[in-house]
Ligand binder design. Structure first.
Ligand code: COA
Length: 167
């Protein structure tokens, strides 16, 4: 797990994987509602996905509050969907979203996943592009707003030459 440091406000956020039974899960759902559903006019009931229990939930906690999250639903042994990416508005644009995606990918590599896809809101396609995701397919509408399919192949976490050094 990435460790906290005091170098910048975003470094001070602690990242942790939780599950729906965790004490922070209701706060994660509340953040997802406030950032991803309420602004579009959807009710609280629209925030939970049918596959919450089998998904990875990575949350950022700062000052005791959940300030960011990103989820991953494994769809097969090699890949799955990144979803519900959210950072609380006062902290957006300060690197926390990128840090969450990077930490999630690190854990996915560790678990042997090589493929990630996601449904990007059209306005945040550049955010995912900076993280190495590529748009594919036709634009589509989801939660009443334009989206693009995006995907990324995760490089192995084994460094080149590591095997021979170990042999
Ligand atoms: C999209 C979101 C998760 C990004 O998190 P964030 O913490 O604000 O983003 P970061 O500060 O980590 O940005 C990382 C990089 O992406 C860029 N970026 C972030 N949002 C962007 C946007 N909307 N358009 C263009 N670039 C963007 C940043 O400028 C930064 O670039 P840099 O590496 O050159 O400095 C966050 O803004 C958010 O929660 N938005 C509302 C909900 C949402 O749209 N979620 C995504 C659903 S698909």
């Amino acid at each position: 797990m990435p460790s906290a440091s005091q170098d910048s406000p975003m470094d001070a956020a602690e990242l942790l994987f939780i599950h729906p039974g965790h004490a922070l899960y209701p706060e994660e759902l509340e953040l997802r509602f406030r950032v991803l559903r309420e602004p579009l006019g959807f009710p609280r009931s629209a925030v939970a996905f049918p596959f919450e229990a089998e998904s990875l939930h990575l949350v950022a906690r700062q000052g005791g509050a959940v300030v960011g999250c990103v989820l991953f639903h494994p769809e097969d042994p090699q890949g799955g969907r990144l979803f519900q990416m959210a950072v609380t508005p006062p902290l957006q644009g300060r690197g926390l979203g990128a840090r969450l995606v990077t930490a999630l990918e690190e854990e996915l590599r560790r678990r042997g996943f090589t493929r990630v896809h996601l449904h990007a809101r059209a306005q945040v396609v550049p955010f995912y592009e900076r993280l190495g995701y590529t748009p594919y397919g036709e634009p589509f509408t989801e939660v009443n707003i334009p989206h693009r399919h995006m995907r990324k192949t995760l490089a192995s976490s084994i460094l080149p030459g590591r095997r021979s050094q170990e042999a």
